[in-house]
Design a protein around this ligand. Structure first.
Ligand SMILES: [Zn+2]
Length: 423
């Protein structure tokens, strides 16, 4: 009799422990369609969306979250971050801080990033922070600390003398990620794969080698074509995509030729090059915001007059390049590179729209299009059987994209991290 009673109680518990959550959305951007749907409900169970629609059947004992005064959309995906960096002097971080210190800082930045509506990041270089990004990714996945889902490259691959901190005596040891020649490059890709990298990042050109234009950022190529090709082939053989940091049009053309998957920054890409990228399904991650913050003294402190003039030149050319990209079918992905200011990520959307992108396209660039680039088909849209990454804010983002900056609700993997304040 006692056994039967316990069984009965277990059965009742099972029946009512089904953790369904119903989210009532005032407006819904689903990550794909232009239309903002009205009064749609999203049913979540565990970490999945089990139903979406106007008249869905609601299981018993479902918890309801009323977001009827809000716009709901998929969690944002930032395809270019450096989560292990933080506010403060760049060289001090690289030269004086331990990876452990930066990992602690990064755990705070990760929380702030998630709470700003960014539920996934692709982190493109921890800049001398050991394996801080891998540790952060794994701790977040185990829900030990809150943060966005992370895909990381750990370190970029680059040549001797390229992408280093400058201005030090050659006798001071500075961090370097160099690999030279096909053999070392192949070995470095394999090493990163072994350490758990999700993506491979390469610097195509470096101003430290030889500046090649008057903007102070473009530079000589780091590698020969054979070396670049080796890197891409080895990464693809391991099933990893390649993100290529380029500034000049010629670097972008070489990146296309060797078959990278995305071009980051691309400050001076010409229209024909964008068309070639579109043909080869290579994504463009413009990262507009970082250069404007830098120009406006918000990133690396106050600039000298000549530095400011150069950055102003860079920002204007970059804006023109972004406008050229919009004339072509190249796929544009939201990425900020604003490593020092976690939580400001959504300001990038405002710039994209200001420079001519349709608001719906900007929202797609941060959801479904970014999910395609990252190779994560389970996120980026609000559909049945997708992962429950949802955010909400008041206002209509199609009319005013800046409303995305006022995040009131964040759900990642079915778990709520931010909820609207109750009156
Ligand atoms: Zn970057």
């Amino acid at each position: 009799m006692k056994k039967a009673f316990i069984l009965f109680i277990t059965f009742i518990n099972l029946l009512y422990s089904q953790d369904y959550t119903l989210i009532k959305a005032g407006k819904l951007f689903d990550g794909k369609n232009n239309l903002l749907k009205e009064n749609v409900s999203i049913l979540v169970k565990g970490n999945s969306i089990v139903d979406v629609g106007e008249n869905i059947s609601i299981p018993q004992n479902t918890k309801t979250i009323d977001l009827s005064g809000f716009t709901v959309m998929p969690g944002l995906i930032d395809a270019h971050t450096h989560i292990a960096l933080h506010p403060g002097d760049y060289n001090t971080q690289i030269m004086k801080e331990t990876p452990e210190y930066k990992a602690i800082y990064a755990s705070i930045s990760a929380k702030i990033t998630l709470e700003s509506g960014v539920t996934t990041i692709r982190d493109l270089g921890n800049e001398g922070s050991g394996l801080a990004d891998i540790a952060l990714r794994d701790a977040i996945n185990k829900e030990i600390i809150p943060g966005p889902r992370i895909l990381t490259c750990i370190q970029p691959i680059t040549a001797t003398g390229a992408y280093i901190v400058t201005g030090y005596s050659p006798f001071v040891k500075t961090p370097s990620y160099s690999a030279d020649g096909p053999v070392e490059i192949r070995q470095q890709v394999r090493n990163l794969v072994k350490l758990g990298a999700d993506v491979i990042k390469i610097y195509m050109e470096s101003f430290e080698k030889k500046q090649t234009s008057n903007d102070s950022l473009t530079g000589a190529f780091n590698y020969t074509k054979e070396e670049f090709q080796t890197l891409v082939d080895e990464a693809h053989r391991a099933g990893l995509k390649v993100a290529a940091h380029t500034y000049s049009d010629s670097a972008a053309r070489l990146a296309i030729e060797v078959g990278v998957n995305s071009i980051e920054h691309g400050l001076y890409i010409q229209e024909e090059t964008f068309r070639r990228m579109a043909q080869k399904n290579i994504y463009f991650v413009p990262t507009l915001l970082v250069y404007e913050l830098w120009r406006d003294d918000k990133l690396f402190g106050t600039l000298s007059a000549s530095e400011k003039a150069k950055l102003t030149y860079t920002c204007t050319r970059h804006m023109e390049t972004f406008k050229r990209a919009l004339k072509t079918p190249v796929k544009i992905v939201f990425g900020t590179d604003t490593f020092e200011l976690p939580g400001t990520n959504t300001q990038e959307l405002e710039l994209m729209v200001r420079y001519g992108m349709k608001p719906e396209d900007a929202l797609r660039s941060a959801t479904s299009v970014a999910a395609d680039l990252l190779g994560l088909p389970e996120i980026g849209t609000i559909e049945k059987n997708k992962t429950a990454d949802l955010i909400a804010f008041t206002g209509n983002p199609v009319k005013d994209i800046s409303v995305v900056q006022k995040i009131a609700f964040v759900m990642k993997n079915g778990k709520i991290y931010v909820e609207p304040k109750k009156n």
